[in-house]
Design a protein around this ligand. Structure first.
Ligand code: SAH
Length: 394
């Protein structure tokens, strides 16, 4: 076996040795959910205001009650039918069963950071498990939601990716995580007093762009004015993706200026092919171009996510290359880089970068004019940080 010298890398390696030297479990990429899974109950959050009315009428109930139910759900955050006193007592149970079926049950809530980080484990109607994480900061509250039970994108450093895809979540199931967080805040169940959710990030379990329709439905429900939806600003919503290029382009045309986050993790195809297997379909160049196109079309600055893995992707030359790749699309402020200290996951041998290497990485990006931030590691001790969501019942 000949030894080759990689011109980018200073290290010698065997020609057929993978760039990521540890043996990694390679899983197939899965785009479609397994066939034959039952569909979650139909909830008003799955429907447009018009369709909510129609649904009630199909059930032989008065259509105008749909707006009252929507007000209870999105504006008053009421979930106890006993409190829905504007609905006739004789019809209340039927109305609630028709548009507000129970979608999920909280099995466990874990807290960290003095109660300002809360991870909830949810059991869905078919037993599938997902997690959401609420994080309170001074002046804002962010909820990180799941869009799929499991994930088919197979990133070797991510606990969710290593578990495979169980199924897509429905719009209602995605929205309910946000509404449940909003309820907990409104009821003063989160440290820091009563509050409201200001940001939603699709950074929990799953690949949002592989469940595009349901995710877009959720974005619409979150932004529809109350009582049709939660009335949030699209600017407070971030959709994170491994880089499904056609979907990024589609999102750019939706006319909803959500923030796009691209999980890049490597500026070169050789390494990204291994770290983010979708790269075998869409290369770094095409992916970054789609992100740039998103910024150009929506005028929203794109966020590049980069998990810092010691000795794998954190070399100074990779920081320079990342800066050059991004700057090749212009330096008009279309992008910023968010470095994520690698969080530990079961079975992964990789660790977070040395702080000195991380500082040098930041310095080199900033020297090239790229705004760079380092993400905090909220919720690590409850396995609630990036890449740690795996949803087990134990
Ligand atoms: N599938 C989407 C949404 C998940 S977001 C996506 O990948 O973008 C979760 C973010 O955490 C992604 O940027 C992901 O790459 C990153 N991540 C995954 N595992 C991680 C780990 N062990 N440490 C730090 N970040 C991780």
């Amino acid at each position: 076996m000949p030894l080759t010298h990689d011109s980018w890398d200073t290290r010698w390696r065997w020609e057929d040795e993978p760039v990521v030297s540890e043996s990694i479990k390679t899983l197939p990429l899965v785009f479609e959910e397994p066939k034959g899974r039952g569909k979650p109950p139909r909830h008003l959050a799955d429907l447009t205001p018009e369709d909510r009315k129609t649904r009630l009428e199909e059930l032989g109930l008065p259509g105008f009650r749909a707006r009252q139910l929507s007000t209870h759900y999105f504006s008053r955050l009421v979930d106890d039918p006993g409190q829905m006193t504007d609905l006739p007592a004789g019809q209340r149970a039927e109305l609630v069963a028709g548009l507000l079926p129970n979608l999920m049950t909280a099995l466990k809530t874990q807290q960290a950071d003095k109660g300002t980080t809360r991870k909830t484990l949810w059991k869905l109607f078919d037993g599938a498990l997902v997690e959401s994480v609420l994080m309170r900061y001074p002046g804002r509250v962010t909820i990180c939601v799941s869009s799929q039970a499991g994930c088919g994108m197979a990133c070797p450093f991510c606990a969710t990716g290593q578990g495979g895809l169980q199924r897509n979540m429905s719009t209602g199931e995605i929205v309910e995580q946000v509404v449940a967080g909003a309820r907990a805040l409104a009821r003063d169940e989160v440290a820091g007093g009563p509050g409201r959710i200001s940001n939603v990030v699709f950074m929990g379990m799953g690949e949002p762009m592989a469940n595009y329709k349901a995710v877009m439905g959720a974005v619409r429900r979150l932004t529809d004015p109350a009582p049709d939806g939660l009335g949030m600003s699209a600017r407070g919503i971030t959709v994170s993706t491994v880089g499904l290029v056609p979907r990024i382009n589609q999102l750019a045309e939706e006319g909803i200026p959500v923030t796009l986050a691209l999980s890049l993790h490597a500026p070169d195809d050789e390494l990204r092919d291994e770290l983010v297997p979708i790269n075998t379909r869409w290369k770094v160049g095409e992916t970054v171009e789609a992100a740039w196109n998103y910024a150009k079309t929506t005028k929203r600055r794109v966020s590049i996510e980069y998990a810092m893995m010691r000795g794998i992707n954190d070399q100074a030359w990779r920081a320079d290359l990342l800066g050059d790749v991004l700057n090749s699309y212009g330096d008009w402020g279309w992008v910023h880089v968010n470095l994520i200290p690698l969080n530990p996951t079961p079975g992964s041998k990789w660790t977070a970068s040395d702080p000195a290497d991380e500082r040098e990485f930041v310095r080199r990006l900033e020297a090239k004019g790229i705004p760079t931030t380092v993400r905090d590691t909220r919720g690590r001790e409850i396995d609630g940080a990036c890449g740690q969501l795996a949803a087990h019942e134990d």
